[in-house]
Design a protein. Structure first.
Length: 120
């Protein structure tokens, strides 16, 4: 029988701090991680997460919902798109990203984030 679960990001199962500007909060639901990324103004993956990941680009697939703020996603082929509040997004592996503007970007992530920004 399936289990009924309720959790809250006010008490995440795990918090993963970025280098300098923000964090990823993770709750485990039905055996899968669900993340809430809090990306502060000035955050950029290649500056704030690359040192943790150890890869040139983010190699995680994201399936997310933007709650607030704006973020530009730059794919390995140079394609760039901006996400805004209310947008639902699927981002393939092989990208960089950066916060646009002076508002914190909050993104819920239902993708393959088990190891995202996780320190060894």
């Amino acid at each position: 029988m399936a289990m009924f679960e309720i959790k809250n990001f006010l008490q995440p199962d795990e918090t993963r701090k970025f280098e300098g500007a923000g964090q990823a909060e993770v709750v485990m639901m039905a055996g899968r991680p669900v993340g809430r990324g809090i990306f502060e103004p000035g955050w950029r993956w290649s500056t704030n997460v690359k040192p943790i990941a150890g890869t040139d680009l983010c190699e995680v697939s994201h399936l997310g919902y933007c709650q607030s703020g704006h973020m530009r996603i730059i794919l390995s082929d140079g394609t760039a798109k901006e996400i805004s509040p209310g947008d639902v997004v699927a981002i393939p592996p092989g990208h960089d990203a950066e916060v646009v503007g002076d508002e914190t970007c909050v993104l819920l992530d239902f993708g393959e984030i088990a190891e995202y920004a996780k320190r060894s």
